[in-house]
Design a protein around this ligand. Sequence first.
Ligand SMILES: Cc1ncc(COP(=O)(O)O)c(C=O)c1O
Length: 433
Amino acid sequence: MFNLKESQKAFDEAKKYMPGGVNSPVRSYPHMNCPPPFIASAKGAHIIDIDGNEYVDYIGSWGPMILGHAHPKVIGAIQKAAEKSTSYGAPTCIETELAKLVTEFYPTIEKIRLVSSGTEATMSALRAARGYTGRDKILKFNGCYHGHGDSLLVKAGSGAATFGSPDSAGVTKGTAQDTVVVPYNDIETFKQTMNDIGDTIAAVIVEPVAGNMGCVLPKDGFLETLREETKKHGTVLIFDEVMCGFRTSRYGAQGKYHIKPDLTCLGKIIGGGLPAAAYGGRREIMNCIAPEGSVYQAGTLSGNPLAVTAGLMTLKEIQSIPDFYEKLEEKTKKLLTGWKNAADKAGVPVQIHQSGSMFGIFFNENPVENYDDSAASSWEQFKTWFLSMLEQGIYLAPSPFETLFMAYAHSEEDIERTIQAAEKAMKKVAEIK
Ligand SMILES: Cc1ncc(COP(=O)(O)O)c(C=O)c1O
């Protein structure tokens, strides 16, 4: 029988020592009236909590675990690397190897800098853009989350939206004033804004497939317009592919939509489950970074040998499997067809979105194209869905402002089990008006 007794005890203890009992807000299961399962271990597509409940995992550590948990080759490589030391703080050949491999996935990246988190990647990319252009302002889109750097916590998605604080306390007015916000997918407002102040904007930063207001896809012409307008105004276009990178297709979102940004931010999969991230792009912009240029950015653990090893092994494994992305996309389609049928059978209106192996569901009868549409979806129905799935051993993100991920390790059986659970859950959702 499903219960979270041990997790409840662990959560109560954790809350004494850490804000909300967690080290990243959404992990605390906001608004769910149940403790988060405390995790004991995970293998492949399955995750086990300290009460002994086993779940099929569609969070995948919020994106990195594209191969599944504890992949033998990744673990083996990390173990071997760890025996030589966990950190040197000095150059290694594997950093160059990873840099080279990333450019095979991302031909727009001519030079790259490795960092330790997606937040660091986006903050640093913005600093590079400001240094390169000599301008202060940046433009972001409502509901996009780019990590917790000050200038990006304005109308932010993900946990910031879940907790009702998309504009974080602690960000100075001066910083917030330099951030211009436009609705996602709103081509006309974007064009008008660029027309008015484009020449003062250092960078436009965007999630080319948005994953932090739920999974929201770019409308036809949206990304093209960003490219045209930024080029016209000498503004740096930054694709934040921390989430959708190595995910939506073999060449990321930029490959899927055939747009060449000036800079790209990567994270999650590039570290194979350890803390690594990166930013890179056009040579002339990256040459502004210290020690070549005057934009300062550094890191004690940047290029950490364990994280680089895990990332390298993950990317090599992806490369070695024929039709890796096609297979992953096919599995995702199968699951979502099952969810849609379950919703239709129960008479529950939903919007289901997929880009490669990123996906999400909105309890909304209208199309979802931006943050306001996403926020207008039913929280009550989402909560019922989420809790019913959890009780049935399906581990989903505990907020409608998050995205779900398929791993290569998910089996036909996992997908079938998840569809069956969805049929039961949708019947419960149908009872909520
Ligand atoms: C698109 C995007 N950018 C940046 C970040 C921040 O990455 P990190 O949590 O590694 O700092 C995230 C995190 O989820 C993200 O989804």
